[in-house]
Design a protein around this ligand. Sequence first.
Ligand code: PMP
Length: 432
Amino acid sequence: MLTGDFSLERSQALFAEAQQLLPGGVNSPVRAFRGVGGDPVFIERAEGPYLYDVDGHRYLDYVQSWGPMILGHTYPSVVEAVVAASHKGFSYGAPTQAESQLARLVIEAVPSVEVIRFVNSGTEATMSALRLARAYTGRSKIVKFSGCYHGHADMLLVQAGSGVATMGLPDSPGVPSQTTLDTLTASYNDAAAVEQLFATYPNDIAAVIVEPIAANMGLVPPAPGFLEKLRELTQQHHALLIVDEVMTGFRVALGGMQERVGITPDLTCFGKIIGGGLPVGAYGGRREIMNMVAPAGPVYQAGTLSGNPLAMAAGIATLQELRKPGQYELLEQKGQRIEEGFQKALRDNHIQAQFVRVGAMFCLYFSEQPVNNYEDAKRSDTRRFASYFWSMLEQGIYLPPSKFESCFISLALDDAMLDETIRAAAKSFSTL
Ligand code: PMP
């Protein structure tokens, strides 16, 4: 897919080696660039808005490690905090004050969270939140939405987005069918379907888990009233509402999407930004529910490295920066600039596409129809997306290598860089 002088020779050599050692040459599927039909770029280092690859190219980074690096890479106060923490030891497996400090920062920002438990990934957060919801309600069924990705726990690998969608895997072998028997699915933005599920299983549904903006099938915002209706239905049927803000938490507002919509979930899952780029996840919510988690209560959940001092330090420094006044206004302005530029470039080149944005997240579907759910997202043009992706890469813009992923804007991207991105997009559209 590459043209001209742009060479990824060294990346290709490293990928050949990695393929002998790692399944598919990677440790997470979407990194392999299968969604755009080529070999991945190997990264050497990152700084501020930039990624640097092993072939000497520099890119403006719109992946941000899939979301966490909202301040940009190597942000000074975050680096200092991690370095300082590392001099005090990497891990103790014993309580530290840093855990309470990060807990307090999340709890102050997200009023629905009264008590929080830190884990090591988003996968652990959703898996544990669902175990808790099942224990709390004494019910076993859960409802998820097709195209929403909540990590790779067995019970959640049903109609999942992200890498599962990119690879075209409807489900995964190795997931016993008994494990997913209690996983009910509905189409995103279809509250009537959820109402129907509650009518069919009035006393069996423990929880509805939802991405408050679906960001693992591209980017699909909730239709007006959708999340509110889920809140109403779960309350009415004594089930829990679990909002998975792994992607949206501290991204679309300090209080996440639940702040923007004005809903109060029972449990919330976090990841990505709260760890500032180190491995962290978390789940939290009402005290009465969270106090069922061991050792306060009987629901077992544990972790050797949970609350890791380095990860807590990175998270604290990141959230302290995001709490400063004006940060989300700035992210919104940057998002608006990209949106206006892309929309104009699409119009100028007579390209029928759907540009979708919420704050500093955006995505481009090569589709003539608006995208409201997974079925719509799947119909968008994969080949056109791939051409756009490779053209942007050659022009120094690093986008997610799959049409099922969202782009992220960091605070490190200034107006000139955003304009450079828009010019690159316009050029790529002119060749489609
Ligand atoms: N939930 C959502 C909404 C996600 O986007 C992701 C990962 N992209 C996860 C859960 C899983 O997180 P992790 O990859 O850290 O396990």
